[in-house]
Design a binder for this molecule. Sequence first.
Ligand SMILES: C[S@@+](CC[C@H](N)C(=O)[O-])C[C@H]1O[C@@H](n2cnc3c(N)ncnc32)[C@H](O)[C@@H]1O
Length: 286
Amino acid sequence: MSLPSADARNADQVAYWNGPAGQRWVQRQQEQDALLAPVADMLLARAAAGAGELVLDIGCGWGGTAFALARRVAPGGRVLGVDVSELMLARARELAPRGLPVEFVLGDATVYPFEPAKADLLFSRFGVMFFADPARSFANMRKGLRSGARLAFACWREPRENPWLMLPLQAAYRHVPRLPEVGPEDPGAFSFAAESRVRDLLGRAGFAAVQLEPVGLTLDVAIGEGLDTAVGTAVGIGPTSRALEGQPAALQAAAIQSIRAALAAYQVGNRVPLAGAIWIVTAVNP
Ligand SMILES: C[S@@+](CC[C@H](N)C(=O)[O-])C[C@H]1O[C@@H](n2cnc3c(N)ncnc32)[C@H](O)[C@@H]1O
């Protein structure tokens, strides 16, 4: 892995997104894009990117939202997708439609040398919760924004408000050991669940007019394809995938059976709708 520069404290996350998590996300690219499409739609509407703008898509992954943004800023605008994962970026470059004004760079957003005071919008769908020192990371990203530029990102609220992730995990725990405890502020999917923390760190990074809008979601973890796909979603991403990683095959099989039974209770035809909860966070660079 050859990240040009990175905050050493992000090393675990860099390894994780260049290892098992990156592999699983890339394998599940189409399903993940379909599953998270409602979040993309809402966030893109709030971000309101317009023709001619320069947008930074942080933790852009394989570029689904970067492509959508690029369609909005053309003609005359440009999207820069930044990510620490070579695996994700390789897929993004493969998928990039010809002629779209989008470019991808490998970089840790905490230290990436953004062109100063240029961008109109800092955007991220679930790509900003993995920093060891988020106030420093956001201060660095803010350097790339012109005065008056907007910030718009989506992050998960508390685990208990996200049964689409926690229901399968609880089912898996009947068979596999619990994951090591993580603190509420440790880098990871839920590290921005607390409104006060997000307000505090964005304030310390220099942003103004910070707003957090709570949004409840119904996520069809089967994406309309039935129970097998729902099980694939449950074991393919998030905490359940980590809990199963490296476990003996027999335990994995037993866990998957329990997950299947738990999800079946919510099946409606080919859909398995489960609740999720996010913040849509917006702010302004003064
Ligand atoms: C949950 S995925 C979201 C991917 C994409 N935004 C999406 O919605 O499909 C989180 C992404 O953040 C990236 N990431 C984690 N830490 C990062 C950092 N310090 N700088 C840039 N990207 C980072 C990961 O490599 C991963 O692609």
